[in-house]
Structure formats: structure tokens, C-alpha cells
Design a protein around this ligand. Structure first.
Ligand code: UTP
Length: 470
């Protein structure tokens, strides 16, 4: 039996009728699953997307008035850190803050088999990324006397495995009611040469999660936003799944975001100073009076190399993908029918089934993934602020299997941070040189989420070359 006419007609109009090429070979259940998958795709939008993103690559137009975004310096110079910390602590004590982890990515660069949050990131024990966050939230709950609700965005691909991990590990010590999971949306993955949607199998469309920018709509559509409102949550502490040293809820940042005179309290960001002009991170810029992130590849190199009189980079503020967002801001965007974030194209190796029905495992990129990025919501704010932070203190991401941003570099950063905190608290830590510990340290967020948590604690000296858990 051929594919139902209504399905076929929809596909034909968009030039995607090959998706039902193997219909006759499928069992009834497989046919129903394929029809449902096709129904969930906005097929009518595909011709425009293919034209815009596959046949052509959208050219980035650099705003003429682009300049570095201003930021609140980590030194605290010119602003009252203590006042904003107190405000943020008040928000936490009043239960107005939720943590939000975007964990729907495919983690293909790391090549880990399973949800990335289950990756053993701890420098010594292999504490998982999810464990780091759970312990950070437990610690915050104890410190501020209110449990912090935690929302985890998964993808259809890793949702079940993520839930299984939490269930199998007793919710990592958190209350079952404290943790919410919801899957994000997907986009069909396109063939780079033809723009046709790839088939993952004879009865399955190849899809990819629609980017962390998909979180804005997913938060609303999943009911997470409504749940937050029910709980009295007003602000969301947003962070990625790949950074074990992230401050899951940072009172200073939250207080600044919600209370600074130049912040509309809608969406704010943290940055670290770029190490070198060539470092591949998005940069906080301002144009037309609005803060935005411009990708490394889109900002001309001559601008990235510009220096100020003191020798520092003029475009200094690299994004670490940590944001604070108000529930109201996300609700406003997600319920606006005209709201849409732009797509970004990524070329990837995508295994698929070819027109003859044979499995293809390509050697090079053959597929186009379209994703939305959450930072594209920044210019939609009334006024957005940026807070500088220290890389060693808060940014030890695990993205690649080796080299920069790998488990090894992350372990090094985790150790450096722990050593700084322990030294400041008066402990003995063997050092090869300044900021260069001669040991490996894994610090549990339950022991300390910030340096002051170690004050007054009895801390055992660490031996040279030791591997210790604190
Ligand atoms: P990355 O940009 O590192 O992408 O995501 P990725 O898919 O995890 O990894 P690669 O590129 O395949 O190696 C940054 C953060 O955004 C989340 C990721 O889980 C990570 O926390 N993310 C990314 C989503 O939640 N959904 C997406 O669709 C993409």
C-alpha cells in the first residue's frame, strides 16, 4: 500500500517525498511512527530553510556601530558587590530562583555514549556532571533554607536515559519533587548536497535537537514555566551541562541581574576575559544600544586583535553560556506568535540510509543541522547586563575528548580552583609555582560552593602528587 495521500501531498509540495520511499517495506507500527514523525515536522517551512541555509549560507552582517558590551568587572570596582549579593541571597531565601540546565545536546565531540550529564567529570572520583550540579543545589538549599527547584532540558534522544540515571541514583540526593525534566524540540537534519531531509532508517527521519535556543519555547510548552510560576519562581539560573565548576545559583549575579539600575532583569550573562584574540568563543558586543553575542567567526579578526591603551583586548568579553533569565521574559517570548530566533547552521557527519536503502557512514560532513542559540534572545531584552568572572573560578567545560576543553583540561582547572580556595583557607597545598598545584583535587560542592565556605574548617595537608577529594 502506498503512503497515505495527505502525507504524500504535504511532502511533495516541499520536495521531500523521498521520506516515504520505503513505506511498502515497513510494518504497520513503523508506518504509523513515520507518519507521526512527519506530522510533527513543519514541512511547509522546509523549502525556505533549505534555500536560506543549505544552498546558501546566510551572510552575517556586522552592525556598523558594533562595540564591546560594557561589563561589571570581577574586581568589584565601581559597583557594590555586597549589596547585590544580599539581594540575590534574599531571592534564594524567598524561593524565587530555579536552576535550569540545558542537557539536550548530542555531545558528539566528546564521543561519550550516554547523556553528557552522566559523564564522569570529577578530577579524582569521576563524580558526574549531574552530581556536581545536584550537590551545588543541595548546598544552596541548606545555605538559604529553601530547596532550589531544578529543571533539566533533555532531548527526545536522551530523555529516557537521563531519567533512568536519576532514578537509578536516587535523584542524586535531591527531593524527587525538586527535579523536573522535559525534552526539547527537534529539527529534521538536511542533506548538504540536495537539501533533502535525511533518513536515519527506512522508517525514521533523521533529526537533531533544535539547539539550546529551543529552550525558550520548550520551557513554555512543557509546562515548566507554569510550574515555576506555581512555585513562586521569578528568575531562572541558566547553565550548560558541560561545566563542572559552574555556580549553579550565584547570589551576586542573580542580585545584579534583578536589581542593577541598567538591567531590565530579563536576561543577563556572565563572561570571562578572552585569553587571546584567536580564542574561539562568542563575544559580548553592543550594537544599536543592545547587547548581543557575536560568534568568533563573524567578528572580523582586526577587531578581535584591537587592544586598549593598557594592552588588554578591546573585545574582551567571551561568553561562557551562563545566563539569568526572568520567568516573565521567557513567557513573553514563548507566547508571542511572532517570536522566532534565527537558525545557525552546523555541518556534521550524519549516518543515514541512502536512496537505495543502504546504510551510509560518511567520512566527512554530509548533513546540515539547524539549531537556535539562546543568546540570540539577548537583543530582545530592554536592557541586558554582563558580569565578568574568573575562568579558573567558574569555567572548566568538557566539550572535546582531548586537548582544550577536555576532561583533562577540566581536571586541571578543577584542581587549580580547589587549590586557590584551600590555600586561602590556610590549608597546605603542594605547589610547583603560582597557581600550579602539584596534586589533583576534586572539591565537592557540598564541601564548598565558594571560597568562604571553607573558612574555619579543619583541612588536612595535601602531599605532593596526591589525588584527593575534599
Ligand atoms: P554544545 O554547543 O556543546 O553542543 O552545547 P552539543 O550538541 O552538546 O555537543 P557537540 O557539538 O555535538 O559536541 C552546549 C550546551 O547546550 C546544550 C548542550 O547539552 C550543552 O549543555 N544543548 C545543545 C541543548 O540542550 N540542546 C541542543 O540542541 C544543543
Amino acid at each position: 500500500m502506498p503512503a497515505p495521500t495527505n502525507v504524500l501531498e504535504r511532502l511533495k509540495i516541499a520536495g521531500q517525498e523521498h521520506l516515504v520511499r520505503f513505506w511498502d517495506e515497513l510494518g504497520e507500527a513503523e508506518q504509523a511512527a513515520l507518519a507521526a514523525q512527519i506530522a510533527s515536522i513543519d514541512v511547509a517551512a522546509l523549502p525556505r530553510l533549505v534555500e536560506e541555509y543549505v544552498h546558501r549560507k546566510p551572510a552575517f552582517e556586522l552592525p556598523r556601530d558594533v562595540e564591546p558590551a560594557p561589563y561589571y568587572p570581577a574586581s568589584g570596582r565601581g559597583w557594590d558587590r555586597a549589596r547585590f549579593r544580599a539581594a540575590g541571597e534574599g531571592m534564594l531565601r524567598a524561593g524565587q530562583v530555579a536552576a535550569f540546565t540545558v542537557a539536550g545536546g548530542q555531545g558528539s565531540r566528546l564521543g561519550f555514549d550516554g547523556p553528557k550529564g552522566c559523564y564522569p567529570a570529577g578530577a579524582v572520583t569521576g563524580r558526574t556532571l549531574f552530581q556536581f550540579f545536584a550537590e551545588g543545589l543541595l548546598a544552596a538549599g541548606r545555605k538559604y533554607g529553601r530547596p532550589v527547584p531544578w529543571y533539566v532540558m533533555t532531548s527526545p534522544q536522551n530523555h529516557a536515559a537521563t531519567l533512568e540515571y536519576f532514578e537509578g541514583n536516587r535523584w542524586l540526593g535531591l527531593d524527587r519533587e525538586q527535579v523536573m525534566f522535559f525534552p526539547q524540540g527537534v529539527m529534521p537534519t538536511l542533506d548538504m548536497a540536495s537539501g533533502r531531509v535525511l533518513l536515519a532508517g527506512k522508517g525514521e527521519v533523521a533529526t537533531n535537537p533544535d539547539g539550546h535556543g529551543g529552550s525558550i519555547r520548550a520551557l513554555h510548552e512543557s509546562g515548566a514555566l507554569a510550574d515555576m510560576q506555581r512555585r513562586g519562581v521569578r528568575q531562572i539560573s541558566y547553565f550548560q551541562v558541560d561545566n563542572p565548576t559552574v555556580r549553579v545559583v550565584d547570589p551576586v549575579f542573580l542580585g545584579l541581574h534583578a536589581g542593577a539600575a541598567d538591567s531590565s532583569g530579563e536576561m543577563s550573562s556572565k563572561m570571562v576575559p578572552k585569553i587571546a584574540p584567536e580564542e574561539r568563543v562568542g563575544m559580548f558586543c553592543r550594537a544599536g544600544g543592545r547587547v548581543q553575542v557575536i560568534e568568533y567567526s563573524d567578528l572580523p579578526m582586526e577587531l578581535q586583535r584591537q587592544r586598549l591603551a593598557d594592552g588588554s583586548l578591546r573585545f574582551l568579553a567571551g561568553s561562557i553560556a551562563v545566563h539569568a533569565m526572568s520567568v516573565e521574559f521567557v513567557r513573553r517570548l514563548a507566547t508571542d506568535p511572532a517570536f522566532s530566533l534565527p537558525y545557525h547552521r552546523a555541518d556534521k557527519k550524519v549516518p543515514h540510509v541512502d536512496p537505495e536503502g543502504l546504510r551510509v557512514d560518511p567520512d566527512g560532513p554530509n548533513g546540515v543541522k539547524l539549531e537556535r542559540f539562546v543568546f540570540d534572545a539577548l537583543p530582545l531584552c530592554g536592557s541586558s547586563i554582563v558580569l565578568e568572572t574568573d575562568r579558573v573560578e567558574e569555567f572548566a567545560p568538557i566539550k572535546n575528548a582531548r586537548g582544550p576543553d577536555s576532561p583533562e583540561s577540566s581536571a586541571g582547572l578543577q584542581t587549580r580552583r580547589a587549590a586557590r580556595w584551600l590555600l586561602a583557607a590556610g590549608a597546605f597545598v603542594p605547589m610547583r609555582g603560582p597557581d600550579d598545584p602539584d596534586c589533583t583535587i576534586e572539591l565537592s560542592p557540598l564541601t564548598a560552593s565558594e571560597p568562604d565556605d571553607l573558612r574555619g574548617r579543619r583541612l588536612a595537608p595535601i602531599g605532593p602528587g596526591a589525588r584527593v577529594v575534599v
